[in-house]
Design a protein. Structure first.
Length: 131
């Protein structure tokens, strides 16, 4: 069965019963033709709330979409959050013995005495004056 562009549009906006009636075709022919042209099921008019995934808003460009988080690959790649996620995703090195050793070697910074802090402040102050 051959469908014109107009037919395909009509098919994608009507349910199976009306299509079979209009074209006088069997359910099998209807199914085969639908698959041949990759026609999706129409959304029944007035069938209540829209499906959840249609309500997602892209965090990058605020477009409503049906994908997992971002509306498009472009937006996903633009996202700082995603970049960060990518850069931190491999944590296998944390399981190694070397990594554990570096953690143990980390010595806390010596706490500065009040006098030292004062000297630091003084140095900063002097530097500012010179500028
Ligand atoms: Zn987007």
């Amino acid at each position: 069965m051959h469908l014109s562009k107009e037919d395909i549009i009509w098919w994608s906006t009507h349910d199976s019963e009306s299509i079979q009636k209009k074209y006088n075709i069997s359910k099998a022919t209807y199914g085969r033709t639908k698959r041949k042209y990759s026609i999706a099921n129409p959304r029944k008019i007035g069938s209540g709330a829209p499906r959840k995934y249609e309500d997602k808003i892209c965090p990058e460009c605020s477009t409503p979409h049906r994908n997992s988080v971002y509306c498009s690959r472009e937006c996903m790649n633009q996202s700082e959050y995603f970049k960060e996620k990518l850069s931190t995703i491999d944590r296998s090195y944390m399981q190694t013995e070397e990594y554990r050793k570096t953690l143990m070697k980390t010595v806390p910074q010596p706490i500065k005495s009040t006098q030292e802090k004062f000297i630091d402040l003084l140095k900063k102050y002097m530097n500012n004056i010179r500028m």
